[in-house]
Ligand binder design. Structure first.
Ligand code: 5GP
Length: 175
């Protein structure tokens, strides 16, 4: 089958996780199959090479963005930097607060992760309401980076999170 179909066939769905009414999409089954995992990394990298050929840094969002962001960066021959929940990164950091369904959370990035004007691609496993990606865009722009793409494996279309992401956006798979 088509590589994308192979990836899609290994994404499982869990009703009422982590809360009643949520249909959770799980990408971990992909990682149990090295051939399909390789296809996923290749598809993501091929997209970046076409859409953002001059990308300089891959930014991965905690925590599932850490699963493939570094592999992409290595394959593309560019840098990787993490965005983490507040209090986990040493050195000088910039932070941004964002609202969740209940309460708020805070994201941080090390100031030295990107230089002003550098072209970055932000990656995560899934876009739902878009709040997480929006916060990451704010954080990176605060550091002077050029956010040339926001890239996710899965997009939940019904939630229209894409509208919150004011940057070029791409998803491999959508539901
Ligand atoms: P948003 O801020 O777009 O509402 O939520 C996206 C964030 O929540 C992402 O970091 C993503 O990892 C996580 N998330 C929300 N729903 C799901 C889901 O169904 N499956 C997975 N794997 N992650 C989810």
């Amino acid at each position: 089958a088509d590589r994308l179909d192979q990836v899609k066939s290994l994404i499982s769905s869990h009703p009422d996780f982590p809360k009643p009414g949520i249909l959770f999409r799980d990408i971990f089954p992909v990682f149990r199959n090295p051939k399909v995992f390789r296809h996923l990394i290749d598809l993501l990298c091929e997209h970046v090479k076409t859409a953002v050929p001059k990308a300089e840094v891959i930014i991965g969002l905690e925590s599932r963005g850490f699963l493939f962001g570094p592999m992409m960066a290595e394959q593309l021959g560019i840098a990787f930097a993490p965005v983490r929940k507040a209090g986990k990164l040493p050195g000088k950091c910039r932070s941004v607060s964002y609202s969740l369904e209940y309460g708020t959370d805070k994201f941080e990035i090390q100031d030295e992760s990107v230089k002003p004007g550098q072209s970055v691609v932000i990656v995560d496993d899934l876009l739902a309401t878009g709040g997480t990606m929006k916060a990451a865009v704010e954080l990176l722009e605060g550091l002077g980076a050029k956010v040339d793409e926001c890239l996710v494996v899965i997009e939940l279309k019904d939630l229209n999170g894409k509208a919150k992401v004011t940057k070029p956006f791409h998803s491999l798979i959508h539901y």
